[in-house]
Design a protein around this ligand. Structure first.
Ligand code: AMP
Length: 387
Protein backbone atom coordinates (compact mmCIF):
# COMPACT_ATOMS: atom_id res chain seq x y z
CA UNK A 1 0.00 0.00 0.00
CA UNK A 2 1.05 3.54 -0.71
CA UNK A 3 2.74 4.79 2.48
CA UNK A 4 1.53 8.31 1.80
CA UNK A 5 -1.82 7.25 3.24
CA UNK A 6 -0.41 7.43 6.73
CA UNK A 7 0.14 11.14 6.29
CA UNK A 8 -2.44 13.10 8.28
CA UNK A 9 -4.60 15.31 6.12
CA UNK A 10 -5.75 18.25 8.21
CA UNK A 11 -8.93 20.24 7.52
CA UNK A 12 -8.39 22.34 4.40
CA UNK A 13 -7.20 19.31 2.40
CA UNK A 14 -9.18 18.31 -0.70
CA UNK A 15 -10.88 14.92 -0.59
CA UNK A 16 -11.76 13.23 -3.87
CA UNK A 17 -15.01 11.27 -4.22
CA UNK A 18 -15.63 8.85 -7.08
CA UNK A 19 -19.36 8.76 -7.75
CA UNK A 20 -21.81 11.62 -7.34
CA UNK A 21 -24.82 10.04 -5.61
CA UNK A 22 -26.27 10.30 -2.12
CA UNK A 23 -23.47 8.44 -0.34
CA UNK A 24 -20.96 10.90 -1.78
CA UNK A 25 -23.26 13.74 -0.78
CA UNK A 26 -23.54 12.67 2.86
CA UNK A 27 -19.77 12.10 2.98
CA UNK A 28 -19.20 15.58 1.56
CA UNK A 29 -21.61 17.18 4.04
CA UNK A 30 -19.83 15.50 6.97
CA UNK A 31 -16.32 16.32 5.75
CA UNK A 32 -17.18 19.90 4.84
CA UNK A 33 -18.51 20.45 8.37
CA UNK A 34 -14.95 19.80 9.51
CA UNK A 35 -13.48 22.16 6.93
CA UNK A 36 -12.41 19.76 4.17
CA UNK A 37 -12.82 20.58 0.51
CA UNK A 38 -14.53 18.08 -1.78
CA UNK A 39 -13.86 17.26 -5.42
CA UNK A 40 -16.35 14.85 -6.98
CA UNK A 41 -15.71 12.74 -10.08
CA UNK A 42 -18.52 11.30 -12.19
CA UNK A 43 -21.24 13.94 -11.89
CA UNK A 44 -21.90 17.62 -12.47
CA UNK A 45 -22.93 20.47 -10.16
CA UNK A 46 -26.58 19.32 -10.27
CA UNK A 47 -25.78 15.79 -9.01
CA UNK A 48 -26.53 14.90 -5.35
CA UNK A 49 -22.83 15.11 -4.44
CA UNK A 50 -21.95 17.86 -6.91
CA UNK A 51 -24.46 20.19 -5.24
CA UNK A 52 -22.37 20.15 -2.05
CA UNK A 53 -18.85 19.88 -3.52
CA UNK A 54 -16.17 22.48 -4.20
CA UNK A 55 -15.10 20.98 -7.53
CA UNK A 56 -16.91 18.74 -10.03
CA UNK A 57 -15.27 16.56 -12.63
CA UNK A 58 -18.23 15.53 -14.76
CA UNK A 59 -16.04 13.15 -16.75
CA UNK A 60 -15.89 9.53 -17.74
CA UNK A 61 -14.08 6.82 -15.77
CA UNK A 62 -12.16 5.73 -18.85
CA UNK A 63 -10.70 9.15 -19.57
CA UNK A 64 -7.12 8.95 -18.21
CA UNK A 65 -6.35 12.60 -18.89
CA UNK A 66 -9.31 13.61 -16.70
CA UNK A 67 -8.33 11.10 -14.01
CA UNK A 68 -4.84 12.67 -13.97
CA UNK A 69 -6.34 16.15 -13.57
CA UNK A 70 -8.55 14.89 -10.75
CA UNK A 71 -5.60 13.20 -9.00
CA UNK A 72 -3.63 16.45 -9.21
CA UNK A 73 -6.51 18.35 -7.58
CA UNK A 74 -7.01 16.08 -4.54
CA UNK A 75 -5.02 14.76 -1.57
CA UNK A 76 -6.80 11.41 -1.22
CA UNK A 77 -9.63 9.58 -2.99
CA UNK A 78 -12.52 7.45 -1.76
CA UNK A 79 -15.61 6.16 -3.55
CA UNK A 80 -19.31 5.73 -2.95
CA UNK A 81 -20.25 2.70 -5.04
CA UNK A 82 -18.41 -0.49 -5.81
CA UNK A 83 -19.06 -0.65 -9.52
CA UNK A 84 -16.51 2.04 -10.40
CA UNK A 85 -14.38 0.52 -13.18
CA UNK A 86 -11.45 -1.17 -11.43
CA UNK A 87 -9.06 0.06 -14.13
CA UNK A 88 -9.88 3.68 -13.21
CA UNK A 89 -9.30 3.01 -9.51
CA UNK A 90 -6.02 1.19 -10.18
CA UNK A 91 -4.85 4.02 -12.43
CA UNK A 92 -5.72 6.63 -9.80
CA UNK A 93 -3.99 4.53 -7.17
CA UNK A 94 -0.72 4.97 -9.07
CA UNK A 95 -1.11 8.73 -8.69
CA UNK A 96 -2.77 9.38 -5.31
CA UNK A 97 -3.89 7.28 -2.30
CA UNK A 98 -7.29 5.62 -2.88
CA UNK A 99 -9.01 4.26 0.23
CA UNK A 100 -10.20 1.60 0.77
CA UNK A 101 -7.55 0.38 -1.69
CA UNK A 102 -8.44 -1.74 -4.70
CA UNK A 103 -7.97 -5.14 -3.02
CA UNK A 104 -11.33 -5.19 -1.24
CA UNK A 105 -12.98 -3.29 -4.11
CA UNK A 106 -11.87 -5.95 -6.58
CA UNK A 107 -13.46 -8.82 -4.70
CA UNK A 108 -16.63 -6.91 -3.93
CA UNK A 109 -17.14 -6.34 -7.67
CA UNK A 110 -17.30 -10.04 -8.40
CA UNK A 111 -19.64 -12.35 -6.48
CA UNK A 112 -17.63 -15.50 -7.25
CA UNK A 113 -14.32 -13.97 -6.23
CA UNK A 114 -16.00 -12.51 -3.15
CA UNK A 115 -17.45 -15.80 -1.94
CA UNK A 116 -14.28 -17.75 -2.71
CA UNK A 117 -12.11 -15.17 -0.90
CA UNK A 118 -14.38 -15.26 2.15
CA UNK A 119 -14.49 -19.06 2.29
CA UNK A 120 -10.68 -19.18 2.00
CA UNK A 121 -10.42 -17.29 5.28
CA UNK A 122 -13.05 -19.45 6.95
CA UNK A 123 -16.02 -17.06 6.70
CA UNK A 124 -19.27 -18.87 5.88
CA UNK A 125 -21.40 -17.86 2.90
CA UNK A 126 -24.36 -19.41 1.09
CA UNK A 127 -23.36 -22.48 -0.93
CA UNK A 128 -22.67 -21.46 -4.53
CA UNK A 129 -21.39 -22.73 -7.83
CA UNK A 130 -20.09 -21.10 -11.00
CA UNK A 131 -22.40 -21.41 -14.01
CA UNK A 132 -20.71 -21.52 -17.42
CA UNK A 133 -23.29 -23.53 -19.36
CA UNK A 134 -26.65 -25.32 -19.15
CA UNK A 135 -25.06 -28.49 -17.71
CA UNK A 136 -23.59 -26.46 -14.84
CA UNK A 137 -27.02 -24.97 -14.18
CA UNK A 138 -28.79 -28.33 -14.16
CA UNK A 139 -26.10 -29.81 -11.89
CA UNK A 140 -26.17 -26.80 -9.56
CA UNK A 141 -29.93 -26.88 -9.21
CA UNK A 142 -29.84 -30.58 -8.47
CA UNK A 143 -27.22 -29.97 -5.78
CA UNK A 144 -29.38 -27.25 -4.16
CA UNK A 145 -32.58 -29.30 -4.06
CA UNK A 146 -34.04 -28.09 -7.38
CA UNK A 147 -33.98 -24.38 -6.59
CA UNK A 148 -31.54 -21.51 -6.37
CA UNK A 149 -30.83 -17.88 -7.16
CA UNK A 150 -29.01 -17.23 -10.40
CA UNK A 151 -27.03 -13.99 -10.22
CA UNK A 152 -24.72 -12.12 -12.53
CA UNK A 153 -21.23 -12.22 -11.00
CA UNK A 154 -20.72 -8.52 -11.67
CA UNK A 155 -22.75 -5.30 -11.75
CA UNK A 156 -25.75 -6.52 -9.72
CA UNK A 157 -27.36 -4.38 -7.02
CA UNK A 158 -30.75 -4.07 -5.30
CA UNK A 159 -31.76 -7.46 -6.73
CA UNK A 160 -30.94 -6.48 -10.32
CA UNK A 161 -29.37 -9.23 -12.42
CA UNK A 162 -30.99 -11.98 -10.31
CA UNK A 163 -33.38 -14.78 -11.08
CA UNK A 164 -34.97 -16.97 -8.43
CA UNK A 165 -35.47 -20.48 -9.81
CA UNK A 166 -37.76 -23.01 -8.18
CA UNK A 167 -39.18 -25.87 -10.19
CA UNK A 168 -38.80 -27.14 -13.71
CA UNK A 169 -36.90 -24.89 -16.11
CA UNK A 170 -35.36 -25.05 -19.52
CA UNK A 171 -31.73 -24.39 -18.58
CA UNK A 172 -30.71 -23.39 -22.14
CA UNK A 173 -33.55 -20.89 -22.35
CA UNK A 174 -32.78 -19.39 -18.93
CA UNK A 175 -29.16 -18.84 -19.89
CA UNK A 176 -30.14 -17.14 -23.15
CA UNK A 177 -31.37 -14.24 -21.03
CA UNK A 178 -27.88 -13.88 -19.52
CA UNK A 179 -25.77 -14.32 -22.66
CA UNK A 180 -22.15 -13.23 -22.34
CA UNK A 181 -22.05 -12.59 -18.59
CA UNK A 182 -20.39 -14.57 -15.81
CA UNK A 183 -22.93 -16.26 -13.55
CA UNK A 184 -23.19 -17.75 -10.09
CA UNK A 185 -25.93 -19.97 -8.69
CA UNK A 186 -26.53 -19.69 -4.96
CA UNK A 187 -28.59 -21.93 -2.76
CA UNK A 188 -31.72 -20.20 -1.42
CA UNK A 189 -30.91 -19.46 2.20
CA UNK A 190 -33.88 -19.88 4.55
CA UNK A 191 -33.27 -16.86 6.77
CA UNK A 192 -34.96 -15.31 9.82
CA UNK A 193 -33.63 -11.88 9.02
CA UNK A 194 -30.93 -9.88 7.31
CA UNK A 195 -28.44 -7.72 9.15
CA UNK A 196 -25.43 -5.59 8.37
CA UNK A 197 -22.37 -4.27 10.13
CA UNK A 198 -20.59 -1.06 9.19
CA UNK A 199 -16.90 -1.25 10.05
CA UNK A 200 -13.94 1.08 9.65
CA UNK A 201 -10.18 0.65 9.67
CA UNK A 202 -7.76 3.47 10.43
CA UNK A 203 -4.08 4.12 9.84
CA UNK A 204 -2.02 2.59 12.62
CA UNK A 205 -4.36 -0.38 13.06
CA UNK A 206 -7.37 1.04 14.92
CA UNK A 207 -10.63 -0.71 14.03
CA UNK A 208 -14.22 0.12 14.86
CA UNK A 209 -17.63 -1.25 14.04
CA UNK A 210 -21.15 -0.06 14.72
CA UNK A 211 -23.86 -2.13 16.37
CA UNK A 212 -25.47 -4.33 13.67
CA UNK A 213 -28.62 -3.08 11.96
CA UNK A 214 -31.48 -5.43 11.11
CA UNK A 215 -32.62 -4.71 7.58
CA UNK A 216 -35.92 -5.26 5.85
CA UNK A 217 -36.16 -5.08 2.05
CA UNK A 218 -39.21 -4.39 -0.10
CA UNK A 219 -38.95 -5.33 -3.79
CA UNK A 220 -35.22 -6.04 -3.22
CA UNK A 221 -34.59 -2.45 -2.09
CA UNK A 222 -33.72 -1.66 1.53
CA UNK A 223 -36.79 -0.22 3.23
CA UNK A 224 -36.08 -0.22 6.96
CA UNK A 225 -33.03 -0.51 9.23
CA UNK A 226 -33.28 -0.89 13.00
CA UNK A 227 -30.60 -0.74 15.66
CA UNK A 228 -30.22 -2.16 18.22
CA UNK A 229 -32.58 -5.04 17.50
CA UNK A 230 -33.60 -7.43 20.28
CA UNK A 231 -33.92 -10.29 17.78
CA UNK A 232 -30.11 -10.43 17.64
CA UNK A 233 -28.66 -12.32 20.59
CA UNK A 234 -25.49 -10.95 22.21
CA UNK A 235 -23.53 -13.84 20.71
CA UNK A 236 -24.78 -13.08 17.17
CA UNK A 237 -23.95 -9.39 17.66
CA UNK A 238 -20.45 -10.37 18.81
CA UNK A 239 -19.98 -12.84 15.95
CA UNK A 240 -21.08 -10.35 13.29
CA UNK A 241 -18.65 -7.77 14.67
CA UNK A 242 -15.86 -10.35 14.80
CA UNK A 243 -16.44 -11.35 11.16
CA UNK A 244 -16.37 -7.71 10.03
CA UNK A 245 -13.12 -7.19 11.96
CA UNK A 246 -11.61 -10.34 10.47
CA UNK A 247 -12.38 -9.10 6.94
CA UNK A 248 -11.02 -5.68 7.82
CA UNK A 249 -7.76 -7.12 9.14
CA UNK A 250 -7.36 -9.67 6.36
CA UNK A 251 -7.66 -7.03 3.64
CA UNK A 252 -5.89 -4.29 5.61
CA UNK A 253 -8.86 -1.99 5.00
CA UNK A 254 -8.40 1.71 5.66
CA UNK A 255 -11.80 3.27 5.23
CA UNK A 256 -15.41 2.26 5.79
CA UNK A 257 -17.13 -0.86 4.52
CA UNK A 258 -20.32 -2.81 5.10
CA UNK A 259 -20.82 -6.54 5.57
CA UNK A 260 -24.33 -7.85 4.85
CA UNK A 261 -25.39 -11.10 6.52
CA UNK A 262 -28.22 -13.59 6.61
CA UNK A 263 -29.20 -15.01 10.00
CA UNK A 264 -30.46 -18.41 8.90
CA UNK A 265 -33.45 -20.24 10.31
CA UNK A 266 -31.02 -22.51 12.13
CA UNK A 267 -29.26 -19.54 13.74
CA UNK A 268 -26.11 -19.38 11.59
CA UNK A 269 -24.57 -16.20 10.27
CA UNK A 270 -23.70 -16.25 6.56
CA UNK A 271 -22.10 -13.34 4.74
CA UNK A 272 -24.15 -12.29 1.71
CA UNK A 273 -21.97 -9.51 0.41
CA UNK A 274 -19.44 -6.80 1.16
CA UNK A 275 -19.68 -3.17 0.08
CA UNK A 276 -16.37 -1.28 0.49
CA UNK A 277 -18.10 2.02 1.30
CA UNK A 278 -20.73 3.48 3.63
CA UNK A 279 -24.11 1.81 3.22
CA UNK A 280 -27.80 2.68 3.24
CA UNK A 281 -28.20 0.64 6.44
CA UNK A 282 -25.68 2.93 8.17
CA UNK A 283 -27.49 6.21 7.49
CA UNK A 284 -29.06 6.11 10.94
CA UNK A 285 -25.57 6.54 12.45
CA UNK A 286 -25.79 10.22 11.41
CA UNK A 287 -28.17 10.98 14.27
CA UNK A 288 -27.82 7.90 16.46
CA UNK A 289 -24.04 7.76 16.93
CA UNK A 290 -21.31 10.01 18.19
CA UNK A 291 -19.48 9.85 14.84
CA UNK A 292 -21.47 8.69 11.77
CA UNK A 293 -20.32 6.27 9.10
CA UNK A 294 -19.45 9.31 6.95
CA UNK A 295 -17.40 10.92 9.70
CA UNK A 296 -15.55 7.61 10.13
CA UNK A 297 -14.94 7.60 6.36
CA UNK A 298 -13.26 11.02 6.25
CA UNK A 299 -11.38 10.34 9.49
CA UNK A 300 -10.06 7.04 8.09
CA UNK A 301 -8.95 8.37 4.71
CA UNK A 302 -7.37 11.47 6.28
CA UNK A 303 -5.22 9.39 8.64
CA UNK A 304 -7.10 10.70 11.69
CA UNK A 305 -8.05 8.67 14.78
CA UNK A 306 -11.33 6.74 14.86
CA UNK A 307 -14.49 8.50 15.98
CA UNK A 308 -16.71 7.00 18.69
CA UNK A 309 -19.32 4.52 17.44
CA UNK A 310 -21.43 4.63 20.59
CA UNK A 311 -25.13 5.16 20.02
CA UNK A 312 -27.02 7.70 22.09
CA UNK A 313 -30.47 6.25 21.41
CA UNK A 314 -32.15 3.42 19.46
CA UNK A 315 -32.82 4.43 15.88
CA UNK A 316 -34.83 3.39 12.85
CA UNK A 317 -34.24 4.48 9.27
CA UNK A 318 -36.91 4.33 6.59
CA UNK A 319 -36.02 5.00 2.99
CA UNK A 320 -37.96 7.57 1.00
CA UNK A 321 -38.38 6.34 -2.56
CA UNK A 322 -40.08 8.29 -5.30
CA UNK A 323 -43.24 6.27 -4.55
CA UNK A 324 -43.33 7.56 -0.96
CA UNK A 325 -43.16 11.22 -1.96
CA UNK A 326 -45.77 11.51 -4.70
CA UNK A 327 -48.27 13.15 -2.29
CA UNK A 328 -45.79 15.09 -0.14
CA UNK A 329 -47.29 18.59 -0.08
CA UNK A 330 -45.75 21.45 1.96
CA UNK A 331 -48.41 20.92 4.67
CA UNK A 332 -47.44 17.28 4.94
CA UNK A 333 -43.77 18.16 5.23
CA UNK A 334 -44.75 20.64 7.94
CA UNK A 335 -46.36 17.81 9.87
CA UNK A 336 -43.21 15.70 9.61
CA UNK A 337 -40.94 18.54 10.68
CA UNK A 338 -43.17 18.99 13.74
CA UNK A 339 -42.12 15.48 14.84
CA UNK A 340 -38.97 16.43 16.68
CA UNK A 341 -37.61 12.89 16.97
CA UNK A 342 -37.66 12.56 13.18
CA UNK A 343 -34.75 13.68 11.01
CA UNK A 344 -35.28 14.34 7.32
CA UNK A 345 -32.65 13.71 4.64
CA UNK A 346 -33.28 14.43 0.98
CA UNK A 347 -30.61 13.90 -1.62
CA UNK A 348 -31.33 16.77 -3.98
CA UNK A 349 -32.42 14.51 -6.84
CA UNK A 350 -34.27 16.61 -9.34
CA UNK A 351 -36.61 13.99 -10.75
CA UNK A 352 -39.03 11.91 -8.66
CA UNK A 353 -39.19 8.34 -9.99
CA UNK A 354 -40.82 5.21 -8.60
CA UNK A 355 -38.18 3.03 -6.91
CA UNK A 356 -35.59 5.82 -6.89
CA UNK A 357 -33.95 6.56 -3.53
CA UNK A 358 -34.85 10.20 -2.95
CA UNK A 359 -34.01 10.44 0.75
CA UNK A 360 -34.58 8.83 4.13
CA UNK A 361 -36.07 9.47 7.56
CA UNK A 362 -34.39 8.56 10.83
CA UNK A 363 -36.38 8.42 14.06
CA UNK A 364 -34.84 8.18 17.52
CA UNK A 365 -36.65 6.95 20.63
CA UNK A 366 -36.01 5.20 23.91
CA UNK A 367 -36.67 1.82 22.35
CA UNK A 368 -36.34 0.63 18.80
CA UNK A 369 -40.00 -0.36 18.36
CA UNK A 370 -41.10 3.12 19.37
CA UNK A 371 -38.57 4.56 16.91
CA UNK A 372 -40.06 2.41 14.15
CA UNK A 373 -43.60 3.52 15.01
CA UNK A 374 -42.54 7.18 14.87
CA UNK A 375 -40.68 6.73 11.58
CA UNK A 376 -43.67 4.97 10.01
CA UNK A 377 -46.05 7.64 11.27
CA UNK A 378 -43.81 10.23 9.61
CA UNK A 379 -43.74 8.41 6.28
CA UNK A 380 -47.50 8.03 6.45
CA UNK A 381 -47.85 11.73 7.20
CA UNK A 382 -46.12 12.40 3.88
CA UNK A 383 -49.10 10.82 2.17
CA UNK A 384 -47.73 7.33 1.70
CA UNK A 385 -50.65 4.94 2.13
CA UNK A 386 -48.57 1.75 2.31
CA UNK A 387 -47.63 1.79 6.04
P1 AMP B 1 -28.05 -9.22 -3.17
O1 AMP B 1 -28.06 -8.36 -4.38
O2 AMP B 1 -27.18 -10.42 -3.28
O3 AMP B 1 -27.80 -8.44 -1.91
O4 AMP B 1 -29.54 -9.77 -3.01
C1 AMP B 1 -30.64 -8.92 -2.77
C2 AMP B 1 -31.58 -9.58 -1.79
O5 AMP B 1 -32.06 -10.83 -2.34
C3 AMP B 1 -30.94 -9.95 -0.46
O6 AMP B 1 -30.94 -8.86 0.42
C4 AMP B 1 -31.87 -11.08 0.00
O7 AMP B 1 -33.08 -10.56 0.52
C5 AMP B 1 -32.18 -11.81 -1.29
N1 AMP B 1 -31.18 -12.88 -1.51
C6 AMP B 1 -30.01 -12.75 -2.18
N2 AMP B 1 -29.33 -13.91 -2.18
C7 AMP B 1 -30.06 -14.80 -1.49
C8 AMP B 1 -29.89 -16.18 -1.15
N3 AMP B 1 -28.82 -16.88 -1.54
N4 AMP B 1 -30.88 -16.79 -0.43
C9 AMP B 1 -31.98 -16.09 -0.06
N5 AMP B 1 -32.21 -14.81 -0.35
C10 AMP B 1 -31.27 -14.14 -1.07
Amino acid sequence: MNQQVFRTLAPGATLGMLGAGQLGRMFALAARAAGYRIAVYGGGPESPCGQVSDLCFDRSFDDQQSLREFAAAVDVVSYEYENIPLSAVEYLESLVPVLPDSRLLKISQHRLLEKRSLQQIGIPTAAFTEIRNADDLRRGLQEFGGQGILKTATLGYDGKGQLRIGGEIDAEQVLEGFAGVELILEEIVPFQLELSVLAAGFAGGQTRHFTPAVNHHVNHILDCSRTPDERLSPSIVAEAGAIATQILEHFGVIGVFCVEFFLTDSGRLLVNEIAPRPHNSGHLTIEACAASQFEQQYRAICGLPAGAVTAARPAVMLNLLGDHLVHATPDRWREVFAMTDVHVHLYGKLELRAGRKMGHLTALADDVDAAERIARAARKALGWAGE
